[in-house]
Design a protein around this ligand. Structure first.
Ligand code: 13P
Ligand code: ZN
Length: 270
């Protein structure tokens, strides 16, 4: 067996959560990340028949039966993951229609996966339905996106259009826009279901007064997606209280669509 701490997926996960912490998106235990793994790549590092313990999930997710995930632990600080990956991360395989997770590695202090596991797993199932290449679900608390939910309408079209107007490349990076949930109690199956539903039409879902979810094919892409939306929100928070003299018009956005071969969400541009 190869050393799992040298697995590319492990190295990338550790680097990503460390970087998220460095960006200030994940105070204390804030945020959580899950990465879908192939059985073949896991088998190089772990005996997949060796189950450490079984953790009930509290929901069912038949589409994810037999799938492996590397997931951050609940209550764990992203700043510590690089020093103690085996305590702060875990690898699980979903079984019994998703109702049980078999722990194969990690959570070595007796811990378990993030309290947002329902939102992560349900979002994986939703995104895989739209894009079979999707492997990552990422949640964090970036300050400017969060701030924006206090002062901007939560209407999804308006929220998306504002972000698109803040940086020229936003419409290129997230042409599907940003979906928005009202405040809901976190860590529940209800917010998980609501997030997954929103994930069917966009790869970014804002949790009002809480944070954001992103989904993508790999950790870099998903990080970059949130990074771009957060940059746009930062610019909004810098200018929202000032008279706007210039803006990115819908006509400019149509030029971007053509130049970068993307299509902004239907009905969002004039
Ligand atoms: P966990 O520590 O359970 O991952 O929760 C952090 C968080 O951001 C909840 O929304
Ligand atoms: Zn959170």
């Amino acid at each position: 067996m190869k050393n799992i701490l040298e697995a590319p997926f492990m190295i990338e996960m550790i680097r990503t959560v460390t970087n998220m912490y460095a960006h200030g998106w994940d105070e204390r235990n804030g945020g959580n990340v899950s990465l879908l793994l192939d059985e073949a790549e896991v088998s190089e590092y772990l005996d997949t028949d060796k189950v450490i313990r079984t953790i009930p999930t509290g929901f069912s997710a038949p589409d994810l039966e037999g799938k492996y995930f590397l997931v951050t632990g609940t209550g764990k600080y992203f700043k510590n993951v690089q020093y103690e990956p085996e305590v702060n991360l875990g690898i699980v395989r979903l079984e019994d229609g998703g109702e049980n997770a078999r722990l194969l590695w990690g959570y070595s202090d007796g811990g378990q996966f993030t309290s947002e596991f329902p939102a992560h797993m349900m979002s994986h199932a939703a995104r895989l339905g739209v894009d079979p290449a999707n492997r990552v679900v990422m949640h964090c608390h970036p300050a400017n996106l969060l701030a924006m939910t206090y002062v901007h309408t939560l209407d999804e079209k308006e929220f998306t259009r504002t972000l698109w107007q803040m940086c020229t490349e936003c419409i290129v990076v997230f042409p599907d826009g940003v979906n928005v949930l009202p405040w809901m109690l976190c860590g529940t199956n209800e917010i998980g279901l609501a997030t997954a539903e929103k994930m069917k039409t966009a790869r970014l879902v804002v949790w009002s007064l809480h944070g954001i979810y992103g989904a993508g094919k790999d950790l870099d892409e998903t990080f970059g997606l949130i990074e771009t939306a957060e940059k746009a929100a930062e610019i909004y928070m810098k200018i929202a209280h000032l008279p706007r003299v210039n803006t990115i018009t819908d006509e400019m956005m149509h030029q971007l669509e053509e130049r970068f071969n993307v299509k902004g969400r239907d009905g969002y541009l004039e």
